[in-house]
Design a protein around this ligand. Structure first.
Ligand SMILES: Nc1ncnc2c1ncn2[C@@H]1O[C@H](COP(=O)(O)OP(=O)(O)OP(=O)(O)O)[C@@H](O)[C@H]1O
Ligand SMILES: [Mg+2]
Length: 628
């Protein structure tokens, strides 16, 4: 009756592999948890936050759940009536028929047909109903996690790799779905039948019931053994599959490097090893099931034989009616089948509770750069910023080490500032603070006099746009990618932005023009073209402050020139902070800053700095020499 199939240890488990020690973990009050330990603790019971999450998810469906519980209870009663009615048929209806009275047989048959119909209809109701609740819960949960994760700060995403986040949204939700779709139905049916049949057996005939109970200690020990070993075996399968998936995603993600460095043979070797580990772990898990299931059946059969023998003796003595013995044996059969299901259910429960624990952990994460409850409006009143950016005694570091000890910097509205300096000097860090991807440890970053952490998110994102080296393109058309920062932009506006940046010519030459799908990560465009598209995106978004992090570093000279021109258009009339290793970008800046170890060591117009004797002059000389 139960639909829970003897599924092996679920193999589609979380790809959250062993994570390297994370030094930034736990900084500034971010709740961190290495979620690989969780499967151990969450396996046997639901922890507080999981339980709370489950409660929150189920609360809207309370009524439906009570109805479902009622339905499954009645359905089980209808199902249980079968063996009892057969016994009555044998003991009452058949003798009555022999005496010439057909009615008892008619009634019992009618009752059996009625019970069978009720069983069918109620089961249908239950499956439909539980499926509906299950899907509603999953939908809510998936949306909640997705929305939540999107709003978590970069510091979260740096520590929680995208692979882990993806596995939360896929395999963990999947594990819960499996439990809700099949497991719960199977478990409810199994628990209910084991309990009721246990009672029925004792009520139907206490002595026979006691004989049946003799097998229980054995069943109990066997179940404990299975549970213990399968917990270990199961965790091992999860770990090995996780390691496999991590290696897999790393290889696929770095395919260019893999092929460039001929890493294929070594990767094959690693993969083979991990695959073999995974096979071994699964083999062990299956072995446990292969031992457990037949043993339960064996115990069931032995008990059946004992009941049959003892029952037959009692029938001979006239203590027991044949029909009761038949009912008893039929019940016994129905008693042992669900027992196996419960053991199988244990695995899917384990996987679901570990998944729930991880999901609730993600939902527990709080944004450290949260939007203020009572935001301060920008002084202009119109929501548009003028673009003055001030770093006021800003101290910042990612972990224990301080990256920016104490930064003072005032960028007047409309100024183009170029930032140069050695690698690791803290240039990108400064840029990220300007876009409020992080908050300073002390001091303030202000836009038009308003500290960034007091601005509404909408105002901040409208005013400050950061374009990074990656110039990320999303799958979709070129037009979609350009209007990314301003989804309500019309096609003429999109084209105007592309024209202004100088991207229109190459876009128009593409097979479908602006409707060309850029594919994943813009695979169809060259690096320079991608850069131009991301400039057009920023141009259309029209922020008061633009932050460019080494946006031109990956370009060859002709495309760099193209991009330079685009850049000048992009920078006109707005505050700009450009980080560039190439000094060609710096030439048209109003002001250049040289950064060293988190401090600004030179500050002036590019011409003055070149004429001087500082680092910038050195850098410039080296650059000029390289051009000759
Ligand atoms: N997400 C991060 N977590 C922890 N430390 C970081 C992080 N990003 C940067 N750092 C550290 O902060 C320091 C400054 O890094 P930053 O990226 O700002 O340098 P940069 O000047 O942009 O260098 P580059 O020119 O190479 O891009 C470095 O020591 C770096 O190791
Ligand atoms: Mg950098």
């Amino acid at each position: 009756m139960s639909t829970a199939s003897p599924a092996g240890p679920p193999s589609g488990t979380s790809p959250s592999g062993p994570t390297p020690p994370d030094t930034s973990a736990g900084w500034r009050g971010v709740a961190t948890e290495d979620d690989d330990d969780l499967s151990a603790t969450a396996s046997s019971f639901l922890r507080g936050r999981s339980r709370q999450l489950l409660g929150e998810l189920l609360r809207p469906h309370r009524r439906a759940l009570w109805v479902l519980l009622g339905v499954i209870l009645v359905q089980n009663l209808a199902w249980l009536a079968g063996p009892f009615l057969i016994g009555v048929g044998i003991d009452v209806a058949v003798p009555a028929l022999l005496d010439g009275d057909p009615w008892p047989l008619v009634w019992t048959t009618a009752a059996m047909v009625g019970a069978a119909l009720a069983d069918t209809v109620l089961r249908y109701r239950f499956l439909i109903g539980s499926g509906r609740v299950g899907q509603a819960v999953l939908l809510t949960l998936r949306r909640r996690v997705f929305t939540h994760v999107q709003h978590l700060p970069l510091s979260f995403h740096e520590r929680y790799t995208s692979g882990k986040t993806i596995s939360r949204l896929t395999s963990d939700i999947e594990a819960l779905a499996e439990l809700l779709d099949e497991g719960l139905d199977g478990l409810l049916t199994a628990l209910f039948s084991v309990l009721t049949i246990g009672v029925v057996l004792l009520v139907l005939d206490p002595p026979l019931g006691l004989v049946a109970l003799l097998g229980f200690p054995l069943l109990f020990l066997l179940s404990r053994w299975f549970q213990r070993n399968s917990t270990v075996a199961y965790r091992r399968t999860r770990q090995t599959i996780a390691a496999l998936i991590v290696q897999f995603t790393e290889t696929m993600g770095g395919m260019r490097a893999v092929q460039a460095f001929r890493r294929e043979p070594r990767n094959d070797e690693l993969h083979a090893q991990l695959n073999e580990d995974n096979r071994r772990a699964h083999h062990r898990a299956f072995w446990l099931i292969a031992v457990f299931v037949p043993l339960v059946t064996l115990i069931g059969n032995v008990i059946t034989v004992a009941v049959l023998g003892y029952g037959a003796l009692r029938v001979m003595d006239g203590d027991l009616a044949v029909g009761v013995l038949v009912s008893f044996l039929l019940y016994l059969r129905r008693f042992f089948d669900p027992l196996q299901d419960i053991a199988m259910f244990y695995n899917s429960y384990q996987s679901a509770s570990a998944a729930l624990e991880k999901l609730s952990g993600v939902l527990e994460e709080r944004s450290v750069v949260a939007e203020p409850v009572d935001p301060t409006p920008l002084p202009s009143g119109s929501g548009a910023a003028a673009g003055e950016v001030v770093f006021d005694r800003v101290r910042f570091g990612y972990g224990a080490a301080t990256v920016l000890p104490e930064l003072h910097l005032t960028i007047p509205a409309g100024q183009t500032v170029a930032l140069v300096g050695a690698t690791g000097a803290g240039k990108s860090t400064l840029a990220r603070l300007a876009a409020r991807f992080y908050d300073p440890l002390s001091g303030q970053v202000r836009l038009d006099g308003v500290p960034l952490d007091q601005l509404a998110d909408a105002d901040l994102r409208r005013a400050v746009v950061m374009v990074t080296q990656e110039s990320f393109l999303f799958s979709g058309s070129i037009a979609d990618n350009i209007s990314f920062g301003r989804p309500d932009a019309t096609r003429p506006e999109v084209e105007a932005a592309a024209r202004a940046i100088g991207a229109h010519t190459f876009i128009a030459a593409l097979p479908e023009g602006y409707d060309t799908d850029v594919r994943k990560r813009g695979g169809r465009l060259s690096a320079g073209q991608r850069q131009l598209v991301s400039f057009a995106r920023a141009f259309l978004a029209d922020p008061a402050v633009l932050v460019l992090d080494e946006a031109t570093s990956s370009l060859d000279v002709p495309s760099e020139r193209l991009v330079q021109r685009a850049l000048q258009t992009l920078l006109a009339d707005r505050t700009a902070l450009i980080i560039a290793h190439r000094l060609s970008t710096v030439e048209f800046a109003d002001r250049a800053l040289v950064m060293d170890a988190g401090r600004i060591v030179e500050d002036g117009s590019p011409a003055d700095l070149v004429a001087g004797a500082g680092r910038f002059a050195d850098l410039h000389r080296a650059w000029a020499d390289s051009l000759v």
